[in-house]
Design a protein around this ligand. Structure first.
Ligand SMILES: [Zn+2]
Length: 498
């Protein structure tokens, strides 16, 4: 009886495990050698790459600056060392594009004037916890009344104008981010509002209405993805500033926003408050930046013309008062990309398809690097099997695979490699394709290239602030991801793809 039972058990085990093992066919043949290379990927090396890229010598890697170019050179040097071929412009690792940039210096201020008997006192807001100077702000100082202008939107065809009935000439506006309609709750309606949800639109619309300054209720974060007007000075603010400006007006901020969203009718008004914004910035229209591109050429005479792209953005926000190191966003993605590149360069299984390593520039500046690549792709897009992208993969203990559900044929080998060898929590999600292109991967999807984008979660990670630094990094999650992608890319490079 006992024998029969264990026999049945073996049959069961074979039945359930056989198909799984059989599916990563290209790895199975040389499993021990492959796993030995996989284990050479270490969290120690991953951590050290982040340490390098977040060091002050790169000044936060704002594309267009010398700091960024030095980081790009460092990465190119690493590619060269492990035998990754240059695949940018003219046999170099770099693919160049124009990218104007703005430097924001120390000493910027945002403060409130509070009238008191016989004069006034000033309330200075704290850098980072209460305000961050606008990353594309003009340079100079403005002291003016603050007008609440809702979402800062003028949409005649939607019969909606936040500027109707108020005069913002020479004033500072306080506005909300996004649009009064949710892209998730009502995707169809959001489509109509989408063009008005962009930062660039809001800034330009404010300038057109004669406003001279802006308090952007987007949380105190740095964000160079905005328009620039030399005479327009602004800060990003959060709850403290907003509630100070609403205090004593008889209005409550939360209720005001709810009213706009419910009725789709503006609620603009004069706050009666006076604020000073003082920013020191420098505009550089001449900026030039690059993607960094390396290649492992495929071994198959036919399939080598098809390419798998592993991508991550190398840039960050540069200096916005203080240097923004961007450890999680996105030194972490580059660290994983580099370790996967090194491991694939010594893969015991030859890669039939080519693998392109693509470090994007200017993701933070309107996702310009991926746009530039798509305008000048190194392989035809119809020969591009997929983009596997990484953005913010350095902090947390679980992984999200954005659009994993949208591209099952790419997701399958990744999922199988995970189940068989890595055993990490990786959650594929559905990408409804309605959001603005806030990711390099989104641009590729829109261009028809299957794209899955990884990010880590599970801890609170600071976003676009100076403390996105080495201290918040959890290298183990990057090690799991790097090992997973090493295996999955071998499989994708060698098996039949639809
Ligand atoms: Zn970012």
């Amino acid at each position: 009886m006992k024998q029969i039972r264990s026999f049945c058990f073996i049959i069961l085990v074979l039945f359930f495990t056989e198909p799984l093992f059989a599916q990563l066919t290209s790895i199975a043949k040389k499993e021990n050698e492959v796993l030995s290379v996989m284990h050479s990927i270490s969290s120690y090396d991953l951590y050290n790459t982040i340490k390098e890229l977040t060091s002050d010598k790169y000044y936060g890697r704002l594309t267009g600056t010398e700091g960024y170019n030095a980081a790009a050179e460092w990465l190119a040097g690493e590619f060269e060392e492990c035998g990754i071929k240059p695949y940018g412009d003219n046999d170099t690792y770099y693919q160049w594009f124009d990218i104007p940039y703005i430097l924001v210096f120390e000493g910027c201020e945002t403060y409130l004037h509070i009238p008191v008997k016989g004069g006034e006192i000033q309330k200075y807001y704290k850098y980072v916890s209460e305000f961050i100077p606008g990353s594309t702000s003009g340079s100079g100082e403005i002291t003016a009344e603050v007008i609440y202008a809702g979402y800062g939107i003028t949409a005649p065809e939607l019969d909606y104008d936040d500027y109707k009935g108020i005069n913002v000439k020479g004033k500072i506006i306080l506005i909300e981010r996004e649009a009064p309609v949710s892209d998730r709750k009502d995707p169809e309606l959001f489509k109509k509002w989408r063009p008005y949800s962009f930062h660039q639109y809001k800034l330009k619309n404010a300038v057109e209405h004669g406003a001279k300054g802006m308090l952007y209720n987007y949380g105190p974060i740095s964000n160079p993805n905005n328009a620039y007007d030399p005479g327009f000075i602004y800060s990003h603010v959060g709850d403290t500033v907003v509630s100070d400006l609403f205090a004593g007006t008889g209005k409550n901020h939360k209720e005001t926003v709810e009213k706009i969203r419910k009725n789709l009718k503006p609620q603009s008004f004069e706050t009666g408050k006076t604020v000073t914004i003082k920013n020191y910035t420098e505009y550089h229209p001449e900026g030039k930046g690059s993607n960094v591109i390396g290649l492992i050429e495929g071994s198959d005479p036919e399939l080598k013309n098809e390419v798998i792209i592993l991508g991550a953005h190398l840039d960050h926000l540069g200096r916005c008062y203080e240097i923004m190191p961007g450890a999680n966003d996105n030194a972490s993605g580059i660290a994983v990309l580099l370790e996967v590149a090194k491991a694939l360069a010594k893969s015991p299984v030859a890669l039939k398809r080519s693998v392109l390593f693509l470090a994007f520039g200017a993701e933070e500046q309107s996702i310009t690097g991926s746009k530039s690549y798509l305008e000048h792709p190194r392989f035809p897009l119809e020969k591009t099997v997929c983009l596997i992208n990484m953005d913010g993969v350095g902090a947390g203990n679980k992984l999200d695979a954005l659009a994993g559900e949208n591209y099952p044929e790419i997701w399958k080998p990744i999922d199988q490699a995970n189940q068989q060898y890595i055993h990490q929590s990786v959650r594929p999600t559905n990408f409804p394709n309605l959001a603005r292109p806030r990711l390099d991967a989104a641009r590729f999807m829109w261009a028809g290239v299957p794209s899955i984008s990884f990010s880590a979660y599970g801890t609170r990670s600071p976003y676009h602030v100076p403390h996105d630094n080495l201290e918040i990094i959890t290298p183990e999650i990057m090690e799991d991801l790097a090992q997973l992608l090493f295996l999955a890319i071998i499989e994708i490079a060698n098996t039949n793809m639809p």
